[in-house]
Design a protein around this ligand. Structure first.
Ligand SMILES: Nc1nc2c(ncn2[C@@H]2O[C@H](COP(=O)(O)OP(=O)(O)OP(=O)(O)O)[C@@H](O)[C@H]2O)c(=O)[nH]1
Ligand SMILES: [Mg+2]
Length: 266
């Protein structure tokens, strides 16, 4: 599973954001085993309007969204790459992640101290960027400004309130894009719809492998229909009888929104 590391100065709101992300779980959907793997590692469901639409067509008992793993990493300060602060722990953790969310403090709160004494998002961003660079960490980064007030002009970066959760759905979606992921869906006996993440440009065979190694091993073909076509047809059987469900081989390049039924030998 791909991992996103939350980085930023101490007291920028990393753990607050992390907790908010985990609270966003839709409790009545899938219960993931090991949702919280360590105190600071969590699996977060990706908000997906298409899933609800598919559910209204298929009426499944269970809907299982795609997930992304977030890691709440220790705060870093200037010279973290030389071991300053919790530098080494920070660097070891961050080397493992696939993308970075840099949280930048803009909220003002006298009771929450700032390591550099004042609220200055641009300065903080430069400090963290420099440390990542000096630590030779080259990862795609999403910049997120943690604000109390959404009214002010916050420039091009994504704005959230880590405490209330405003903007957090958008953050999860943006992170998903940052990881270069698309979503495909599988339907199990009309009982279960699952959204799966897949790197762009991968084949039906790799997608099958994601669902179950047996499906890939015994791969025969994939029955595929785009999300819009399925919704328009109103049901899987309806789509099939209209000839809208295509047969694809193992080298088919999966597209975002594909609904796939894998046919395989066991
Ligand atoms: N007013 C306000 N306070 C916030 C916001 N986000 C976080 N805080 C507060 O800021 C303090 C620090 O938040 P944390 O989430 O612990 O910060 P952190 O980045 O994890 O800090 P370290 O783990 O020390 O690096 C807490 O008291 C939070 O309640 C926010 O959006 N608005
Ligand atoms: Mg923290």
């Amino acid at each position: 599973m791909l991992e996103v590391g939350i980085v930023g100065l101490p007291n920028s709101g990393k753990s607050t954001l992390f907790n908010t992300l985990l609270k966003k779980q839709v409790a009545n959907v899938a219960s993931y085993p090991f949702t919280t793997i360590e105190p600071n590692v969590g699996v977060v469901e990706v908000p997906d309007e298409r899933l609800a639409k598919l559910a209204s067509v298929i009426n499944p008992e269970k809907i299982i969204p795609a997930v992304v793993k977030f890691i709440d990493i220790a705060g870093l300060v200037k010279n973290a790459h030389q071991g300053e602060g919790l530098g080494n722990q920070f660097l070891a953790k961050i080397r493992e992640v696939d993308a970075v969310v840099q949280i930048i403090r803009a909220f003002k709160d006298e009771s929450v101290s700032h390591y550099y004494g004042s609220i200055d998002p641009q300065r903080d961003k430069e400090i963290v960027d420099l440390e990542l660079e000096l630590g030779e960490i080259k990862k795609p980064t999403l910049y997120v400004v943690n604000v109390d007030d959404f009214g002010s002009d916050n420039g091009p970066d994504l704005v959230v309130n880590a405490k209330t959760g405003k903007g957090v759905d958008e953050l999860i979606k943006k992170t998903y894009e940052l990881l270069d992921l698309i979503t495909f869906y599988t339907v199990k006996g009309n009982k279960e719809i699952t959204a799966w993440s897949l790197k762009k440009g991968l084949t039906a065979f790799v997608a099958a492998e994601k669902v179950h190694t047996d499906m890939a091993k015994g791969f025969i073909k994939a029955e595929v229909i785009g999300f819009d076509d399925l919704v328009a047809a109103g049901s899987w059987l309806g789509a099939k009888s209209q000839g809208k469900v295509r047969l694809e081989g193992r080298d088919y390049l999966v597209k975002d929104g594909d609904v796939i039924e894998f046919k395989f030998n066991v």
